[in-house]
Write a protein that binds this ligand. Structure first.
Ligand code: NAD
Length: 458
């Protein structure tokens, strides 16, 4: 096991040296991160293929490319993000200058999951570097090849007292959580997220939790059905459904279900071919445990399309389950696999009841051409983020924060929001010495001062 105490102490010492306060240093480090990713891209792609069966195309689109885009964005904007921001000063504090100064949090811990093992490690790392922190990363033990590739890459780019990657299972994570850290950024399951929060409480360490959940995909009766099917199939079966923001289940108007079902089948054939299990660009389930869990759901449901699996290769066909109700086993947990259940409603108000019966979702998708319904749904339902007439892509915009609410998480990152998440905003009043209004000082005897006080504070 790595010497955690030594790494934490050396990072704290490096942080105290003040080197990370220099924004030019941060920009140099972001550029270094970008360059080293470029250099190691082949190795990363091969690792992704071994751990998740991810094609080079998908690796770039969803992992390496997105991470590079976030780093480029931060390189362009970090100077302006880290500037102090002048704010209005109330008359009662005349004469002074008030400003907010973004400051790094200190030594941060980033714990990441296996489903997008590169992007979900490197994007928070980039945000943390931009904000001027030192960082310890612990990737998932379920993607050993990608973790090894990232460790080698980061070792080449950074000293351990600045950015350190440690590899291991939950025993190592537990050791890390015993340390007095300044910030914890966790992406993973609700179960582990709850444990992280409990452990962080012992040291009063602030946390961001990026969790999952059941994200509904509404297909309303005015939707463009072929387009909806095309985009849903893309977002659902990408990475074999092992995507935190994948549409978990479809909620469609009963009247359009037959047409939607046909369109979905057509799209699966078009995008994945007649035999998806032998499609080299279609990935695999992470391990046998998850494979068995998913196949059990398929066996209990009514398969409308797909349904076959190959246990040896841990692959499952893009599958649609029909006649699903809230009581079906598949509706009891986040699916996190290539199974798409279809639920129907007759009256649109049922949509709100059904979503309400599940924990607050990380994402919500609505396919509709009815502006009023879209507007009402976006305002009425609580969810982390989402898309209108598309799925998944909202997370690929550094101009917007990405995060959950309620059971799907707390806090957000990406772009400016990510910079702010890894910063503390110091609120400062720079009081001038030339004028000193006397009203606040004792003794409180003057009627005039009291009148002035009431004039200023109202
Ligand atoms: P997980 O919670 O099992 O593991 C996540 C990380 O926590 C790993 O690094 C793991 O080693 C560590 N960990 C595991 N047990 C621990 C313990 N007892 N103490 C401390 N750390 C521990 O999650 P997973 O299975 O890797 O990922 C799947 C989950 O992640 C799904 O629920 C998915 O929705 C969620 N997810 C969320 C997002 C998001 O951005 N919101 C993104 C991807 C995945």
């Amino acid at each position: 096991m790595p010497d955690i105490e030594r790494i934490v102490e050396s990072q704290k010492e490096f942080f105290r040296s003040g080197k990370t306060l220099d924004v030019d240093f941060r920009i140099r480090m972001l550029k270094r991160l970008y360059e080293v990713i470029d250099k190691h891209e082949d190795r990363i792609n091969k690792a992704m293929q071994k751990d998740l069966g991810k094609s080079v195309y998908e690796s770039y689109m969803c992992e390496v490319g997105l991470s590079k885009a976030e780093i480029s964005y931060l390189i362009r904007h970090v100077k302006s993000f880290s500037k102090e921001k002048r704010v209005h000063t109330p008359l009662s504090q005349f004469l002074s200058r008030s400003f907010v100064l973004p400051s790094p949090r200190g030594t941060c811990l980033i714990l990441s999951p296996w489903n997008y093992p590169f992007m979900l490690t490197i994007e928070p790392l980039a945000d943390a570097i931009a904000a001027g922190n030192t960082i310890i990363l612990k990737p998932s033990e379920s993607t050993p090849e990608v973790s090894a590739a990232m460790e080698e890459m980061l070792k080449e780019a950074f000293d351990e007292n600045y950015v350190a990657m440690v590899r291991g299972d939950h025993a190592l994570a537990t050791r890390l959580l015993e340390q007095k850290l300044d910030f914890i950024f966790f992406t993973g399951s609700k179960r582990v997220g709850q444990m992280i929060l409990e452990r962080a409480a012992a040291n009063l360490t602030p946390c961001v939790l990026e969790l999952g959940g059941k994200s509904p995909c509404i297909v309303e009766k005015t939707a463009d059905i072929p387009l909806a099917a095309r985009r849903i199939v893309f977002g659902k079966y990408l990475n074999c459904g092992q995507t935190c923001v994948a549409p978990d289940y479809i909620l469609c108007d009963k009247a359009i279900k037959p047409a939607l079902l046909e369109a979905l089948k057509k799209e699966i054939l078009r995008q994945y071919g007649e035999d998806p299990l032998s499609n080299p660009d279609y990935g695999k389930i992470i391990n046998a445990k998850h494979y068995d869990r998913l196949m059990a759901h398929i066996q209990k449901g009514k398969v409308a399309f797909g349904g076959k699996g190959d246990r040896e290769d841990e692959k499952i066909e893009p599958t649609i389950l029909d006649d699903v109700t809230l009581e079906s086993s598949i509706m009891g947990e986040e699916i996190f696999g290539p199974i798409l259940p279809i639920l129907t409603y007759e009256n649109y108000d049922e949509v709100f009841d059904i979503i309400d019966k599940n924990p607050t979702p990380l994402a919500l998708y609505i396919f509709s051409c009815d502006k009023k319904i879209i507007r009402t749904t976006l305002r009425k339902v609580a969810f982390g983020g989402g898309c209108v007439n598309d799925v998944v892509i909202h997370l690929a915009n550094s101009e917007m924060g990405f995060g959950g609410i309620g059971n799907s998480g707390m806090g957000a990152y990406h772009g400016k929001v990510g910079f702010d998440t890894f910063s503390h905003q110091k609120s400062i009043v720079d009081k001038k010495r030339i004028i000193d209004l006397p009203m606040r000082y004792q003794p409180y005897k003057s009627r005039l001062y009291e009148r002035l006080l009431r004039f200023f504070l109202k």
